[in-house]
Design a protein around this ligand. Sequence first.
Ligand code: FE
Length: 171
Amino acid sequence: MNARAPLLNPIPLVMPERIAQEIAVTAVPEDERVWVPQAPDVWFRPLMLNTVAGGWFNLLRVRKSGVLSRHRHPGPVNGYVIKGSWRYLEHSWVASEGSYVWEAPGEIHTLVVDEDVTEMITLFNVNGAMIYLDEQGRHIGYEDVYTKIEMCRAHYAKVGLGADYVDQFIR
Ligand code: FE
């Protein structure tokens, strides 16, 4: 056996009794604390955090207008608009309440919410990661299932739900 270096990022273990356990929750939560702040007036609500395949399902809630992010997905994204609307600067369509959207792997696009929208809520299934880019297309950050888990842990500890509140969404 070769000696090996320790894992730099300990991977949260999914308990065997949990890995096949269903998740059934009210998607838009009654408890405001379940929303995890992502940026000013932007939150996400975890639904399923997939450490096996690498990806997640969450609700994105936005209560501001303008450009939210320019980003690239290495994997496909599925979206379903629950409330309000949004669009990508690179496309002519608008995702409005009831819309389903599929985003192709590799595409770079810029998410905007228009001024007449007071609140938008969209279910997103992101596979792999979100890679954030600046206006020149340079990498400025990323999110994956582990950064999502860490954001949830920190927020739920802070608001009194407990860091382990997120565990119910991890598979
Ligand atoms: Fe996207």
